[in-house]
Design a protein around this ligand. Sequence first.
Ligand code: HGY
Ligand code: MN
Ligand code: MN
Length: 427
Amino acid sequence: MRASADRIRLDIETIAGCSASGPGIDRLTFTPEYWAAVDYVAGQMGALGYERKTTVHGNTRFRREGSEWAEPAVAVGSHLDAVPHGGRFDGVAGVVAGVEIARLLADQDDALGRPFEVIVFAEEEGARFGSVLTGSKAFAGRLSDCELAQLKDADGTSYLEAFAESSDSAATAVSGVVGAGDVASYFELHIEQSVVLETARAAIGIVQAIVGLRQYRVVYSGTANHAGATPMRLRKDSLAAAARAIVSVEELSTGATVGTVGMLVSEPNAANVIPGRTLFSVDLRDTDPLALQAVGDAVLKRIRDIAEERQLQAEVKMTAESAPVVLFPRLRDSLRCSAETLGIHYLEMPSGAAHDAQEMAGVTEAAMVFVPSIGGRSHCPEEDTPYEAIALGVDVLLGAVRAAGGPPGGGREGSAGGCAASTQGVQ
Ligand code: HGY
Ligand code: MN
Ligand code: MN
């Protein structure tokens, strides 16, 4: 039984309809369009006999009715929130992969030995509350309710307030922190979001490691003044200072480290006023934690030196930090075995994007499958991936899920699907 590209297309295109303005997809966490997308997934899962549970941190979990929720499950998950004017596939492909696997398991009476679970993590993009991987961090016990309450959106509404105000399931939410035993293994299918698979003409990527990341918000405070009447030597121009800092982020991002300034807000943003206050973001990534640390330190030093040279105030706040992770060899073995059994050409590769899997790797064995991004584009309306490629990714994932789930009734690792996770331990 193979995954259906047509069912996957219908799922993704229906969820794409759950969007605010556009162009592209606008679906911020806990907005009506966000819950409409979750409700669509709940409808599909409900039809297969899956029960929906919402956690106190706003994540959504699906397990078959009658499942013992304390029993360690094999989980497939990702996210449904999007960056502003984002694409149809980022996160959605992974949630839909979970739905399609639930369909395929339902069609085969040899369900897994372990419960199967689909998880929708909230606020993976950080586009509303400013911190990436928020839901999965909370799920893995790395964010406290107090920290969540301090995450605010542009209107000053906190993450927990927005959740409580937007969802009547908040009142009946269940514990949000996964116990070490709740989830026995976690898999995530995701679009690659670059050109590696397309260039290598590989159908599938098996992810070896996910980059670590550090995100900051920097505010330079200078002196707002008249753009015409103020001599250059008397200025404290916060935007001119930020310009130099932004160039230094690019110059200091050397080797494999990548640095991005994606957000810039200059106040009062008027042509004839010297900007008194400028806010900008800094996003640094590397799979090597030492390199990430070294570049981070150099960038922060430069940001502070520029402020001192120009007699400005600099306020620097870290808004997200996730360590790089190596994904679990046992599960990667199963994915390799599954792809080889199906005769699917795969590539083993790192991930330059952050994913919920890296937070789940902190509490359970985790692994990822990539499917190609056409032209390598993502985080934009042009984001595109063939539905047939996603179906192939689901086929590979199913083999590893069945191996991790064990034989019916057995509840143990092992032979189902022929791709038993290899016996060697985690290297
Ligand atoms: O930032 C990321 O890598 C992810 O898209 N949240
Ligand atoms: Mn994503
Ligand atoms: Mn993304």
